[in-house]
Ligand binder design. Structure first.
Ligand code: FE2
Length: 180
């Protein structure tokens, strides 16, 4: 596949290191890998799925209560990380040179990867949005423990590069929508 922006470019960017690092690089990479695998099976653009998977939690913020302890329940109740994440992901992608339509599709998948902050109702997710939501759910652990999984920089970069080359080598059998 032809791509302007690789996962490696996003991974090494200080914005991703800072904000994706906050909610766990190990979780982000694992969701990107899962999103790639599911995208291939569902005929969804694996480049967009992997990028949205990597960036889906980039909107997380202040994890701690006044006592310095992280209050997971309180955070969950008041959380809008998907909203902040969509904007941060979009800014980073555009800065790195992403196609505008793709940047929007990825940002929307970040926005809708969880419905926990939305009023009750039925969302009709696009195939790309579904892939990212399923990949995230598949990697979650009780009590938010997936955010604490550790990975060192060298291993993280190796996995990111491996995923980049899988995407580069991917030849879609059918022609999917560019921003499906
Ligand atoms: Fe997540």
């Amino acid at each position: 596949m032809n791509r302007n922006v690789t996962l490696e470019m996003l991974f090494i960017h200080p914005i991703a290191q800072k904000y994706v690092g906050r909610s766990g690089i190990a979780h982000a990479i694992s969701v990107a890998e899962k999103a790639f695998d599911i995208a291939i099976k569902s005929d969804v653009n694996p480049d967009l799925a992997a990028k949205a998977g990597f960036l889906h939690d980039i909107g997380h913020y202040s994890w701690y209560s006044g006592s310095g302890e992280w209050d997971y329940d309180m955070y969950k109740e008041n959380d809008i990380h998907a909203i902040k994440g969509a904007a941060r992901a979009h800014k980073l992608l555009v800065r790195c040179g992403e196609d505008f339509r793709d940047a929007k599709a990825i940002a929307l998948a970040v926005l809708l990867h969880t419905d926990s902050y939305l009023p009750e109702g039925n969302l009709h997710l696009s195939p790309l949005q579904k892939v990212v939501a399923i990949a995230d759910e598949a990697d979650e652990e009780p009590g938010g423990n997936h955010h604490y999984r550790q990975i060192d920089y060298a291993n993280a970069l190796t996995r990111i590069k491996r995923l980049d080359s899988k995407i580069n080598n991917y030849q879609p059998s059918n022609h999917f929508e560019r921003t499906s």
